[in-house]
Design a binder for this molecule. Structure first.
Ligand SMILES: [Ca+2]
Length: 247
């Protein structure tokens, strides 16, 4: 990802947990303003994917705004608000100065008021605290997590705001107070933790060794004509193979 990373929300106190996970949002969950009079809006407010909207206060505004009454700047902007608590302005555009005409100027701001204009397109990512409920997450208790948002200028008149991922603690409804970084990656929700994967690998390896050993034993017993014992070993192999398929 190009552009500077900017933390959109401070990681305030919450409950520490090792169970921080993310839901990677499908590609194309974004809105782009097309010039000054329209927008291509594909923002999906159901970020958990259960069919119920999570961003109830989502507001999108676009078009020319009078940035400053005193110097006459006009800005083509895109403004997205995710909740009534955390207002995020994502702005891009070209300025027009009443005295000097058009000025090539870009700006993206994820945290509030404009921080300035640049001569090149801007690209920023931030994490925004949000609250949501989903019956599959924390038993349906209202959970606070972070929504990662990327905002970038696509041209002089167009900017995009893209929802990237939802990060939360799937063992606590409180927002994680560590382990979440704008532009970072967390374990995908629903996927086993590394410890579980390691456990599974150890179990598989042990069962494989067991099967190999039993097969060797079976071969010897058959050679020796001990069919009764061979039958028992064969059953053991079958059992281990069944466990292998399930591991
Ligand atoms: Ca949802």
């Amino acid at each position: 990802m190009s552009g500077a990373a900017a933390a959109g929300g401070t990681l305030a106190a919450g409950t520490a947990s090792a169970a921080v996970v993310q839901i990677t949002l499908p590609e194309g969950n974004e809105v782009t303003n097309l010039g000054i009079s329209s927008a291509l809006n594909s923002l999906n407010p159901d970020i958990t994917g259960d069919g119920t909207d999570d961003l109830e206060s989502l507001q999108i505004r676009y078009g020319p705004v009078n940035q400053s009454a005193t110097d006459g700047f006009i800005l083509w902007n895109l403004f997205v608000e995710f909740s009534s608590i955390y207002n995020l302005a994502i702005v891009g555009g070209r300025r027009q100065n009443t005295t000097f005409g058009f000025v090539t100027s870009y700006s993206v701001d994820l945290t509030g008021p404009f921080t300035g204009f640049q001569s090149t397109p801007q690209d920023k990512v931030a994490i925004v605290p949000i609250t949501f409920s989903d019956s599959r997450i924390n038993g349906g208790i209202e959970t606070t997590g972070f929504l990662e948002v990327r905002a970038f200028n696509t041209s002089l008149f167009e900017s995009t705001v893209r929802l990237v991922r939802l990060v939360f603690d799937d063992a606590s409804p409180f927002r994680p107070n560590s382990g979440v970084v704008a532009g970072g990656t967390n374990r995908e929700w629903g996927e086993p933790a590394p410890a579980e994967i390691a456990d599974s690998a150890v179990r598989t390896s042990r069962l494989n060794r067991q099967v190999k050993k039993l097969k060797k034993k079976l071969k010897k017993l058959r050679r020796d004509g001990n069919s009764q014992k061979a039958k028992k070993i064969k059953a053991k192999i079958k059992k281990a193979q069944k466990r292998l398929r399930g591991s």
